[in-house]
Design a protein around this ligand. Structure first.
Ligand code: 5GP
Length: 198
């Protein structure tokens, strides 16, 4: 799942996980400071730049990227690999660069969803409302938002987060559709059983 800061990706994902408790959430590492109310290990693992660099060198990330000009974010590979091995669905909240890496590494096992705001003014309003950050941090997030919009074309799905419940319904629909993809199902076994019995 990608989309600009402030669009409400985190809230949409949280609501999806309430409806689908077997789905898990990848917790990213970041070098940014926690915001009020954010918990280490739940919202992000907050690490120093040195620790982040060590993890990169040790190959501990599935993907990582520099976002908002000066901050690093990365998806630890362990949880994703475990989820894939056990057939559990896992959500990643990452920027378009991360989405591109995930597509390269996981192919069609990943579904790329872009969460868009209903309008630019509404995005600005939501970011301002959050207002836990400096004007400079907000300006950087708006610049990143423009870059995200330039890359919408690489995603398979787009969900406009205007009404939250509608956005969650749409995301749930995407999850259902993805679970039914032939390439994810054990279709050859099913086919041979059906053919044998027929
Ligand atoms: P913030 O939480 O600082 O407002 O914004 C973080 C942005 O960085 C999110 O919009 C998301 O797109 C991106 N991000 C968060 N975690 C990751 C990650 O693990 N990898 C990548 N590539 N981007 C991430």
């Amino acid at each position: 799942m990608s989309g600009p800061s402030g669009v409400g990706k985190g809230t949409v994902i949280e609501r999806l996980l309430e409806r689908q408790p077997e789905v898990i959430k990848s917790v990213s590492c970041t070098t940014r400071e926690p915001r009020p109310g954010e918990a280490d290990g739940r919202d992000y693992s907050f690490v120093t730049a040195d620790e982040f660099a060590r993890m990169v060198a040790a190959g501990e990330f599935l993907e990582y990227a520099r976002v908002h000009q000066d901050l690093w974010y990365g998806t630890p590979r362990g949880a994703v690999e475990q989820a894939l091995a056990s057939g559990t669905d896992i959500t990643l909240e990452i920027d378009f660069q991360g989405a591109r890496s995930v597509r390269e590494k996981l192919g069609r096992r990943a579904a790329l969803v872009f969460v868009a705001p209903p309008s630019w003014d509404e995005l600005k309003r939501r970011l301002a409302e959050r207002s836990t950050e400096s004007e400079d941090a907000t300006a950087k997030r708006l610049a990143s938002a423009r870059r995200e919009f330039e890359h919408i074309g690489m995603f398979e799905y787009v969900v406009v987060n205007d009404d939250l419940e509608t956005a969650v319904d749409e995301l749930e629909g995407i999850l259902t559709a993805e679970r039914c993809r032939l390439e994810r199902a054990d279709w050859e076994r099913l086919q041979s059983e059906l053919l044998e019995e027929s």
